[in-house]
Design a protein. Structure first.
Ligand code: FMN
Length: 248
């Protein structure tokens, strides 16, 4: 019987709070979630994908990742496999871009392509958070159904005091669990599993198998849980750049 574990798409953007996202990815993985991490170019200024790969045991994606994953455009595949899209930390830049409907990189593209709930956890300087442009963007996104958690108040790394700190990781985890509980994802029926495997088999046989880092890492992660079938994972082709080059 297939044990269907919810997938959390964790978007990570260019904030000093980026390191706390590693703890979040680690906690989610330990609790049984599959965690797909997508880092923006901004996030890569602070941290490397390997930090996330080491705790999620899965490939982390960037704008340099191959454009095709499991035989589909990477932003569509990641958007559709996600049970929830969480961006933590979410910069003013990410919030503004999403409010404007921009698809300028992998993360902003999949945010437009997903049907899953979206949870943003902002982190920024207090005056940035209070700026009318940011306030308007947050209000607009909330009207569209995007959920926000935080920021909390405190002493920020820039030295100012006030709202702007990333919401505490354990409370972020609790919020994700509330929105996508493990219990809502019981083992699938053998009938559905058979259909899914047949579909995956069809797709994977038409694609090359070599040099597929994400396939190998995701299989490793899947095998860690008892009851999980050895992945009949889909493949990606290392031939294309991300869906769009970063604007900066
Ligand atoms: C040291 C440093 C720290 C930063 N911290 C933040 C932050 O906490 N929140 C934020 O909104 N922007 C912050 N920025 C600005 C963003 O990194 C910048 O807007 C970047 O373009 C964001 O790109 P991204 O949203 O694609 O990751 C910081 C910049 C620097 C140089």
């Amino acid at each position: 019987m297939k044990n269907s574990r919810p997938t959390v798409l964790l978007g990570v953007t260019g904030s000093v709070a980026v390191f706390r996202a590693i703890d979040l990815a680690s906690q989610l993985t330990k609790e049984g979630y599959l965690v797909d991490v997508v880092l923006t170019c901004g996030a890569l200024q602070f941290v490397r994908p390997l930090s996330f790969e080491a705790v999620t045991h899965r490939c982390a994606y960037t704008d340099q990742s191959p454009g095709i994953l499991a035989g589909r455009a990477i932003h569509i595949e990641l958007a559709e496999r996600a049970g929830i899209v969480v961006v933590a930390p979410a910069t003013a830049d990410l919030i503004g871009g999403h409010a404007c409907g921009l698809a300028q990189d992998l993360l902003s593209s999949l945010l437009l392509a997903t049907a899953a709930p979206v949870l943003l956890a902002p982190a920024m300087n207090t005056r940035m958070w209070g700026h009318p442009a940011v306030r308007d963007n947050v209000a607009l996104l909330e009207r569209r159904g995007v959920r926000f958690v935080g920021p909390e108040s405190g002493l920020l790394s820039c030295g100012t005091e006030g709202p702007g700190r990333l919401w505490p990781v354990d409370q972020l985890y609790a919020k994700i669990q509330e929105l996508v509980p493990m219990a809502a994802h019981p083992p699938d029926s053998p009938k559905r599993e058979g259909k899914e495997l047949a579909a995956l088999g069809q797709r994977s046989s038409s694609l090359p198998q070599e040099g597929d880092k994400s396939k190998e890492m995701n299989e490793m992660a899947d095998k860690k849980k008892p009851g999980k079938k050895p992945a009949v994972r889909k493949t990606e082709k290392n031939s294309k750049k991300g869906p769009a080059a970063k604007k900066k």
